[in-house]
Design a protein around this ligand. Sequence first.
Ligand code: ATP
Length: 435
Amino acid sequence: MSSGRPHTVTVPKGYRIGRWEVGEPLGSGAFATVHAGRRVGEGPAGLPRRAALKVLPTGPRARGRRHHVRELAEREADFLSRLHSPRLIRMYETLTVDDPDHPELDGATVLVLERAERSLDAVPRPVPSPGAVLRQICEALAHLHRAGWVHGDLKPANVLLMPDGSVRLADFHTAAELEGTHAWAPAFTTPDYTPPELLWPETDARGTRIRAGADVWAFGVLAHVVLAGSFPMPGGTVEARDDALTRYARGAEELRLSPGLPEEWRDIVRDCLAPAHEHRIADAAALLRRVERAARTPRPRGRLRPVAVAAVLSALEIASSGIAYTTLRSGTPAAYSPPTCERPAVFEDATYGRAFTAGQNGTWDFTVRQGDGGGQVREVQCLLGHLHGIPGPGHLHGTFDPPTRDAVITFQRRSGLPPTGTVDPATWRALRRAG
Ligand SMILES: Nc1ncnc2c1ncn2[C@@H]1O[C@H](COP(=O)(O)OP(=O)(O)OP(=O)(O)O)[C@@H](O)[C@H]1O
């Protein structure tokens, strides 16, 4: 049985591949499906009981461009057999399915990998300990660059979190070995993480010409997503953000980083996102030195700072408001449970005083309007729906669509503000006002 994606394949639960019994699917990408695997019987020392089985349809009956997928599978297996580091996902063995009775599976390549808990794109926002996560991603990249490789497809889906909370970089089918300053990688990019120079790539039979700076750019995007909850390029759709990237690359638009980005990360992200690769931070080793400094900062210095709720809210306010408050203790991050969309919490802001946040974005002055998207819009939707009881946006989708605009207008009318439908600084203040 084949899945809906052209290159992926579903393996029945309980199916045996070598010494591995296939379990539930863990995830799937454009080329592979990853299943849980349980070792049956004994194996060589060091082989764990649990693994992840990355299955790539490379057999004669597989749909799609199997030669291309086979090349990618070989590339990834080759990379993983050559490079080892605690920050790179480990490969235990590679297998080929030999089963003519299951023609769609027959000939599939299986990479047996260290099993992770989940990928970074599946972690609810805000990401816990974002500085530590970013530092470890950067350590993985630095190891790669030092060894003379480029990853070529850094994004949250390719960052894996282990049961002990540590981070591994994964998915190396685009990884390419540097020949001097550049490498030739498969012509494959992920929108939103693609650097400007790959918008108009130099491609020939060997692939696309790529430099270590492509990973540095992708790290800048990823750091912005993790820390501010939004992409650095404005726009509610991939196409809109792609257009914004083109304008930025041509010098027609300035980079407008989210005000929610902690101060100590702002310059790092900006220097990762220089439009020309020669102005970017040179490689991940240079980046790591700066990331380590930023990650050492005890807590993100966003504009919204948590305070002890008991100190700012009386029991009466809590009981009467209907909002679930999270107990926040300044300086004890272990006890800090972050606000969520459904449970906005009160923070003490240095400039504005007591204020609500839904944990999606910390801005007070970033104007958003119909057509925009990202963390700021999600913050608006959460505050409207779950704090002010205006059900317009319905759900947390982060796109400023017409129902969101209607809800903003309703809120502005109620608050005595001009009903413009645009969330300007005055509307942010009213949305966040506490007490
Ligand atoms: N070792 C692992 N342990 C647990 N889950 C994993 C593991 N490797 C991958 N996954 C899950 O499977 C998903 C797809 O894996 P992967 O990104 O390697 O596939 P792909 O088809 O090569 O992806 P892409 O679309 O990026 O080319 C990951 O996003 C992750 O959720």
